[in-house]
Design a protein around this ligand. Structure first.
Ligand SMILES: *[C@@H]1O[C@H](CO)[C@@H](O)[C@H](O)[C@H]1NC(C)=O
Length: 325
């Protein structure tokens, strides 16, 4: 910030000017030069009961399930092994750092393709689920055609999208499908992917999606993002029904691809296409390794920007407690 160099007696005046608009400065940048230094492998049993065996860094490396590839970060699913009685190999990684508010911008080249049995997700989550909140940015199961933006919280957080605690409805949270087929799976991959931005402030959680083809704002490419110039977000969670600061805390950034489990597995048989392929999701995933060749993420970068005028940014330096399985 050039303002830091100005004489301090001008500070009060400048503070007013700056406060009118969040000024985001880059805090962390993860890409093919450092991603696996900032993200760690979660290799516990899947909390969502997937038919999956999340691998450690060493295992993932030896099975070629994670690494730097094609100038991006590759995170894949085992598409070679037939005998997967303990679940098919896959990876789940989370940022070591935790974040409070800010702007998270992910440039993604490829998502897991539309495929029966898969449940990929790009999301953020706090240490005490659901009380510290969860923000699902990219998520879909089986042959879903568009991402569903969803929040999960403890009791007492409601937006126009619904009650984020969603009691009694099987953890559905609050959310809405994007209805944009470029946001997920094959529709996303066909255009070379794009950029997702999560703008998280004390008054709103906004999610933006910019397809690769000509729509990525120049300020994102330049590393000086200004969401106030981007137009309407794809979805906006805002209003007096939720105190965002008390329901969303200390989030880690997560990428994973699980298989079957509480969502993909539960609706597998109901899907008109998947339901004809095998009696159960597990049976399909177990017996069809090659179906998962395109079930990979290819991430160009994840950049976290903080608004230096926000008190929350000062809490962002901590290293997270490790997830409990
Ligand atoms: C988006 O996904 C929902 C299910 O999550 C589906 O009902 C809807 O038809 C999809 N919309 C488009 C445009 O594909």
């Amino acid at each position: 910030m050039i303002f830091n160099k100005l004489p301090s007696r001008l500070g009060g005046l400048l503070a007013i000017v700056v406060a009118a608009q969040a000024a985001y400065t880059v805090q962390d940048s993860y890409d093919q030069t450092n991603f696996f230094e900032g993200f760690e492998f979660f290799n516990y049993p899947d909390p969502t009961n997937g038919f999956v065996k999340y691998q450690s860094a060493v295992e993932a490396n030896s099975m070629s399930l994670a690494g730097y590839a094609n100038e991006g970060v590759y995170l894949g699913v085992d598409y070679k092994t037939m005998d997967t009685s303990a679940g098919r190999g896959s990876v789940r990684v989370n940022s070591k750092k935790t974040y409070n508010e800010g702007l998270i911008i992910a440039d993604i080249a490829h998502q897991p393709a539309a495929q029966c049995g898969t449940w990929p997700a790009f999301w953020t989550v706090g240490p005490h689920w659901p009380y510290d909140g969860e923000i699902d940015i990219i998520e879909g199961v089986n042959l879903a055609t568009n991402t569903t933006y969803t929040l999960h919280t403890g009791p007492g957080c409601t937006f126009t999208q619904g009650d984020c605690n969603a009691p009694g409805t099987g953890n559905t949270g609050c959310g809405t499908p994007s209805h944009d087929t470029q946001t997920l799976a094959d529709g996303f991959n066909e255009i070379g992917g794009g950029v997702y931005a999560l703008e998280w402030t004390s008054s709103a959680i906004n999610i933006f999606f910019f397809p690769r083809t000509g729509a990525i704002p120049a300020d994102i490419t330049a590393g000086t993002p200004d969401p106030s110039k981007w137009g309407s977000p794809s979805t906006s969670f805002t209003g007096s029904g939720c105190d965002i600061s008390s329901h969303f805390k200390n989030h880690q950034i997560v990428f994973d691809t699980t298989l079957c489990g509480d969502w993909a597995g539960k609706v597998f048989s109901e899907d008109p296409v998947c339901g004809t392929k095998a009696a159960t999701c597990q049976e399909y995933v177990k017996n069809n390794p090659s179906a998962f060749k395109d079930s990979y993420w290819l991430i160009n970068s994840v950049k976290v920007y903080s608004d230096d005028s926000s008190p929350a940014a000062k809490r962002n330096t901590g290293i997270a407690r490790r997830f409990n399985a």
